[in-house]
Design a protein around this ligand. Structure first.
Ligand code: MG
Ligand code: MG
Ligand code: MG
Length: 306
């Protein structure tokens, strides 16, 4: 039976391209492994798969009794619901260390870089395995996505060098231009229901026993969202009312202006104000320079909840 590689719920391009890239590497070194996903793909990820000729990984929600590599997360709440009943063979990730634990020894590659695919490139180099052209292209796009074409403060020299190397393998002359093309696809939000946009890149976090959901929409011009903002605000309030989350935040990120507007629905908005040393007006605030959920949004909020 092959092992699986799976990324987080509400899969993004990094989770999907990591699953494809790692399963090829593992299979090549004699460990049959297949990529899987925990949900539907975003237009950006579909663009990447189409561009480099990949099928969508298998939609697989249950892993009980299976062997699995976890990529692009290590928080239980973001992974498969029955992960406790699976054997975790490894974790490859670039986020804060989460709460997934194992009962057997595992392979662990966790680095503070901008993208899981940067780490997977290091794994290919470590094993001396050549990266196929199409996989290199997909990995490169995932890095450009996660690092917001190197604008995100999560970007490291390793990510930039990795994109250069992958572009060469994939035969892509202008990686940043392809990145912009990808973000244009990502920015096409017109006609999409508010709920789909809220959940397009959405993660739950356990903050001192409170569930906090944080979504992010990255667009090349925030004014594209003006007509929908009221609907988005109403929808995060509705999402909070439907579930047991203490707080739901939607980050509207303008990648050209390099900042984010926070829309907030919370049982106690003062925690959010304390976290970002700001005050909300009508449950929203612009935070200049904030592009990264993992580096700039989650840690202060986690501290404010502690
Ligand atoms: Mg991700
Ligand atoms: Mg990632
Ligand atoms: Mg992201």
């Amino acid at each position: 039976m092959p092992a699986y590689v799976v990324g987080h719920k509400v899969p993004d391009s990094d989770s999907i391209c990591s699953a494809i890239a790692l399963s090829y590497l593992k299979t090549t070194i004699g460990e049959p492994t297949v990529p899987a996903r925990l949900g539907e793909l975003s237009p950006e990820t579909l663009f990447i798969l189409d561009k480099f000729g990949f099928e969508q990984p298998e939609l697989k929600l249950s892993y009980a009794g299976e062997e699995v590599y976890i990529v692009d997360h290590s928080d239980k709440i973001q992974g498969p619901d029955d992960l406790d009943e699976a054997t975790v063979l490894g974790i490859i990730d670039h986020h804060k260390l989460g709460d997934i634990t194992t009962s057997t020894p595992l392979e662990c590659w966790i680095r503070p870089v901008g993208c899981t695919n940067t780490i997977i490139k290091m794994m290919y180099d470590f094993h001396g395995v050549e990266i196929p052209k199409d996989i290199a292209g997909a990995m490169m796009c995932a890095i450009l996505s996660d690092t917001v074409i190197f604008k995100s403060p999560t970007t490291t020299t390793a990510d930039i060098k990795c994109v250069e190397a992958l572009a060469e393998i994939a035969g892509i002359e202008d990686a940043q231009a392809l990145g912009m093309e990808m973000f244009k696809v990502k920015s096409a939000v017109e006609g999409t229901p508010a709920r789909d946009l809220v959940l397009r890149d959405f993660k739950d976090f356990n903050m001192n026993g409170n569930t906090v959901g944080i979504g992010q929409l990255e667009v090349i011009d925030l004014s594209m969202l003006d007509a929908m903002k009221a609907d988005l605000e109403a929808d995060i309030a509705k999402l909070k009312a439907e579930g047991e989350r203490h707080t739901v935040i939607l980050l509207l990120t303008d990648i050209m202006k390099e900042g984010s507007e926070l829309l907030v629905a919370s049982d106690d908005a003062s925690i959010v104000e304390k976290a970002y040393e700001t005050s909300l007006t009508d449950n929203k605030v612009w935070l200049d320079g904030v592009l990264s959920r993992k580096k700039q949004v989650v840690p202060p909020l986690q501290d404010a909840f502690a």
